[in-house]
Ligand binder design. Structure first.
Ligand code: ADP
Ligand SMILES: N[C@@H](CCOP(=O)(O)O)C(=O)O
Length: 319
């Protein structure tokens, strides 16, 4: 499911002329997305992805789309948005914002091994460095302010042990964010949702990553923590798999060395990454949007990860 706005080749015959792509030859809806309507689009110039935004407005999109362009121009394997004849990246289709981006080859690797995690670590570090001169700024919209505002909304739905965990962790993260160690962490544009389903591989070679719609400016270490919490765990228990953690972190460190402040912050940041997704999943589960048509992700997965990170500190970052 998840083509919310129907589009036909006929609809595109005139519309596509604003892009330097020739005629549209084939269009196929993509079933796996949950937020937007996505299509594989074949034109005379090649293979692309057409996205119609169902929830984000024109005013919210420039940060994400310009960031993709910025990174693509610097050789990071992300979808490159195609400008129209007026230089616009976001245009209207069926009354909604739409973009065309280059299509990445490959498929998601849902059973990653250390070799895949190393590829992800390398790419993530390169992405962080490439984002240093990105001129636009937008906070991580799922950062501490959002967490602090959202936690009270879900607390009434929780059991006492869940509520206690949530309250304690929000307090812990608020206290941690006020420390000098946190203030000294390197920051920049981060993907903030680099899960297995947002990265493509051909065999053991990473071919790209996509879905930048949670990107924002935050600490680079938060991005690393979010990524490790998905790529390097046993999905059933949430426990870290040491070989995959080491592979991802060593590969990242080889491109951008972790700092002393990041060493100090690592355990807290793994907890912050778990809290962020536990809370968004709790919110989607207990307070679904009116038009929500999909089964929400399981919040208990990230509750388990959070409890696990509190109980068992991870191996330190490489030095
Ligand atoms: N640039 C791209 N190249 C190749 N496939 C893509 C690209 N963008 C999206 N896809 C495919 O479309 C699917 C849905 O995209 P996604 O961004 O996750 O949608 P949503 O934002 O609606 O959740 C992905 O799982 C992937 O298979
Ligand atoms: N990765 C998040 C949800 C975001 O969904 P995506 O398909 O847009 O990555 C989660 O697992 O909760």
């Amino acid at each position: 499911m998840a083509v919310f706005t129907a589009v036909t080749l006929d609809d595109l015959s005139q519309w596509i002329k604003q892009f330097p792509l020739g005629d549209a030859l084939a269009l196929q809806g993509i079933s796996s997305g949950i937020d937007n309507s996505n299509f594989f689009l074949t034109t005379e110039r090649g293979e692309f992805v057409l996205t119609i935004f169902e929830n984000l407005g024109f005013e919210q999109l420039p940060f994400y789309v310009q960031l993709m362009r910025h990174l693509a121009e610097r050789g990071i394997p992300v979808p490159a948005p195609v400008p129209n004849a007026s230089g616009e990246l976001v245009v209207t289709l069926h009354g909604k914002p739409a973009i065309i981006v280059s299509r990445l080859n490959g498929a998601s690797q849902m059973d990653p091994q250390p070799v895949h995690c190393a590829e992800v670590g390398t790419m993530l570090a390169r992405m962080h460095l490439a984002g240093r001169d990105f001129p636009m700024t937008q906070p991580n919209l799922r950062g501490l302010d959002w967490i602090t505002a959202t936690a009270p909304q879900v607390l009434p739905f929780l059991s006492e042990p869940e509520a206690a965990l949530l309250r304690n962790e929000v307090t812990f993260q608020g206290d941690f964010a006020a420390t000098q160690a946190y203030g000294a962490l390197a920051r920049g544009p981060v993907h903030a949702d680099l899960f297995r389903n947002n990265v493509m591989f051909e065999g053991e070679r990473l071919t790209g990553c996509f879905d930048f719609y949670f990107a924002g400016v935050d600490t680079w270490l938060f991005d690393v923590a979010v990524t490790v919490n998905d790529w390097c765990i046993d999905l059933a228990t949430g426990e870290l798999d040491e070989a995959r953690v080491q592979a991802l972190l060593a590969a990242y460190h080889a491109v951008r060395r972790f700092t002393a402040e990041e060493q100090t912050a690592w355990q807290a940041m793994l907890r912050a990454g778990a809290l962020r997704f536990w809370l968004s999943r709790l919110y989607d589960f207990h307070l679904p949007r009116a038009a929500e048509m999909l089964t929400p992700h399981d919040p208990t997965h990230f509750e388990r990860i959070l409890r696990e990170r509190i109980a068992r500190p991870a191996h330190p970052l490489p030095v």
